[in-house]
Design a protein around this ligand. Structure first.
Ligand code: ADP
Ligand code: MG
Length: 270
């Protein structure tokens, strides 16, 4: 396969959209897998209590596993929960467990409650350096659909927001609320944050509606929307039940190729 350029410093993305089922997790794991397969060092941080990203990446995340919950709430070093993904070299994952469901409430009373993920990532980066490990090129934080303290932690830790948009009727409506929330974060908590990337997902080329929504989104966000579009594909939706990304599950499928294209665009811009 092709190799992609390393960024000058670690690029940290939060993958966010307050709608559920728009392809956040699918996009997180497949973009991460594509970048790792192209020679980059990539970490996925799963902060959705559902743990779907951990599942798709083949990482154990039953209730007894140390997870990002322990990092956020009990100050466990991120280094102690980061695991290697079994099928893809250079791809790491910090898993979520069901305990995260309680973290929204537990975070409320903690010191620096919005900054805990950011600090954990900083400490982990220094740990890697001290251990003589290669610098991470990309970190992706897979968010739950709500704007609670978990998602706020992701927004505070990231420089870039990647928004997956499903090409259907209400796509733009949900987006304006998301953008307002991001503005609020920029103003009060993280002035470095920007929406760098929008990816059209589950695109059904047979419908006029999909094409209309896609062109409307491109009109509003000409800089941010990637040229690559992710098609609606059974292979993409099947992969997680085999604890795989579509890149290893069916490397020649249109889904795998489109995620590789999207990943290449992300790596080549900055
Ligand atoms: P979110 O994380 O935003 O809730 P998911 O990534 O879990 O969304 O996707 C929701 C559902 O849609 C999942 O069952 C997933 O397998 C499926 N899905 C995601 N992307 C595609 C696609 N391009 N084609 C077909 N199914 C998809
Ligand atoms: Mg998800």
């Amino acid at each position: 396969g092709r190799t992609l350029p390393k960024p000058e410093s670690t690029r940290i993305f939060t993958v966010s959209n307050q709608k559920g089922g728009v392809g956040k997790t699918t996009t997180t794991v497949n973009i991460a897998a594509a970048l790792a397969s192209a020679g980059l060092n990539v970490l996925v941080i799963d902060i959705d209590p559902q743990g779907n990203a951990s599942t798709a990446l083949g990482i154990e995340h039953h209730a007894e596993v140390d997870s990002i919950y322990d990092v956020l709430i009990n100050d466990l070093p991120l280094a102690e929960v980061v695991a290697d993904c079994p099928d893809i070299e250079r791809l790491l994952c910090a898993p979520a467990t069901i305990h995260l469901a309680g973290a929204e409430i537990e975070l409320v009373s903690l010191v620096a409650r919005e900054q805990r993920l950011r600090r954990a990532i900083d400490v982990y980066a220094k740990h890697r350096e001290a251990q003589g490990m290669e610098r991470l090129d990309f970190i992706f934080v897979d968010c739950p659909p709500s704007l609670g303290l978990l998602t706020v932690n992701a927004f505070c830790a990231a420089q870039e927001v990647l928004i997956p948009i499903q090409c259907e009727y209400y796509a733009l409506e949900g987006l304006s609320q998301l953008l307002k929330n991001i503005e609020m974060i920029q103003k009060h908590l993280n002035s470095d944050l920007r929406v760098s990337t929008i990816l059209l997902t589950m695109y059904d080329g047979r419908t006029n509606l999909a094409a209309q929504v896609a062109s409307e989104v491109r009109e509003h966000f000409p800089q941010e929307v990637l040229a690559a579009v992710i098609p609606r594909s059974v292979r993409i939706s099947e992969a997680p039940s085999y604890q795989q990304t579509v890149l290893t599950y069916d490397p020649n499928s249109s889904g795998a190729l489109s995620y590789q294209e999207a990943a290449a665009e992300i790596a080549e811009r900055s």
